[in-house]
Design a protein around this ligand. Structure first.
Ligand code: FAD
Length: 334
């Protein structure tokens, strides 16, 4: 394998309901930094049906080139056709790096590509860098239960690949004056040869909790004592118009479902305000909320590690403080 044949930083662009997934724009921001360091091009790979019109948005967010596979066969995400398109693109244009959102389809596609090429894949990367001279991708992520950060290298294969969770990287401010090259690609795929068919899309009727999109997250931990005690967290979130977050121990106790779990094995959040109430501040929790703009912790133990990771800390009993907060906020917020 001649590494000199492999050039360019690629981002797999995820499209859902005709919209580019925010994580893909965030990855363009990270990819731009890598491409500039490596003095190479940043490309988006856009696969879908009727998606060509989205290419200008990708240029605005940092892409120099967009490879487009636009065909009705790509209407809904399915491993096989998407994998065949991306493999086709890889074989033709040989990227040095490919980044994917760590979303259900991003993870699915990345692992299928890694197996087929074959090459390495670092999952849930939180820090990305690249060696300017060798092009070696430095993909760092928490390891050993979050106790250390490991930097994972792919020294023997190309492309180098990583998935990154939503909200971990920052997108660039869009620049409407930026343009780039659209390269239309085509691969011969026939519906009758596909092993999976999308028969029906069933949308969730219940309002899905998106704690990763909320401006305010009120998170509670085991310190809330019981499912009944945890209701205080719901009440504070309601007064503030925020979403409810939780530690893993709360989820495991069955007080709330996994969608609400913040941390290494839950969701990464970056709200404007994050409340950590009755949460000890274990590293596995902190990695999921440490980039919040303002972190307020309430804990009755003055030595709780959460006080090392917050901007404001209140030492005291949540059952005294939270009702007072709710009362006061109700007066302030009509
Ligand atoms: P505890 O550690 O029991 O802390 C409860 C806190 O509440 C204490 O600090 C206590 O002082 C305080 N308290 C008690 N009563 C009150 C009161 N009345 N008022 C105020 N404060 C009070 N955890 C996550 O959260 N997210 C993850 O994604 C995650 N992933 C993990 C992955 C791995 C591989 C491993 C090994 C662990 C993971 N964990 C995760 C678990 C993590 O290590 C901690 O065990 C967990 O975060 C602790 O939850 P907690 O803070 O709610 O509970």
């Amino acid at each position: 394998m001649n590494f000199d044949d492999y050039r360019g930083i690629w981002i797999y662009i995820e499209v859902k309901d005709g919209q580019i997934a925010p994580v893909s724009l965030e990855l363009l921001g990270a990819g731009r930094m890598l491409a500039d360091k490596r003095k190479t091009e940043l490309a988006g790979v856009l696969i879908g049906s009727g998606v060509k019109t989205l290419a200008p948005i990708l240029f605005q967010y940092g892409a120099d080139v967009v490879y487009v596979y636009d065909d009705p066969i790509f209407e809904h995400y399915r491993t096989e056709p998407y994998m065949r398109a991306l493999l086709d693109c890889c074989h033709k244009h040989k990227p040095e790096v490919i980044l994917y959102g760590a979303t259900p389809s991003g993870k699915d596609l990345a692992s299928a590509i890694a197996t087929d090429l074959p090459t390495g894949l670092t999952a849930d990367t939180t820090i990305l860098d690249i060696e300017e001279d060798t092009g070696l991708l430095l993909a760092s992520r928490p390891a050993f239960g979050g106790n250390i950060m490991a930097t994972i290298l792919c020294k023997k294969y190309r492309p180098q690949m990583a998935t990154v969770r939503p909200k971990v990287m920052k997108s660039l401010p869009p620049d409407p004056s930026r343009t780039g090259r659209v390269i239309e690609e085509h691969i011969e795929l026939h519906e009758e040869e596909m092993r999976t068919k999308v028969l029906q899309i069933v949308r969730e009727t219940a309002k899905k909790v998106r704690i990763d999109e909320a401006d305010i997250v009120v998170a509670g931990g085991k310190g809330m004592g019981s499912k009944e005690g945890f209701q205080l967290i719901h009440q504070l979130a309601e007064v503030l118009g925020g979403a409810v977050g939780a530690s893993r121990d709360v989820v495991e106790a069955g007080w709330i479902d996994h969608h609400h779990q913040v941390g290494q094995t839950g969701v990464t959040v970056t709200p404007k305000i994050y409340f950590a109430i009755g949460i000890s501040g274990a590293i596995q929790h902190v990695v999921g909320m440490q980039n919040s703009e303002l972190i307020i912790a309430i804990n009755k133990d003055p030595n709780a590690p959460i006080f090392q990771s917050c901007h404001y800390g209140i030492v005291g009993d949540a059952f005294e403080i939270v009702p007072l907060l709710i009362e006061r906020l109700k007066e302030e917020i009509p």
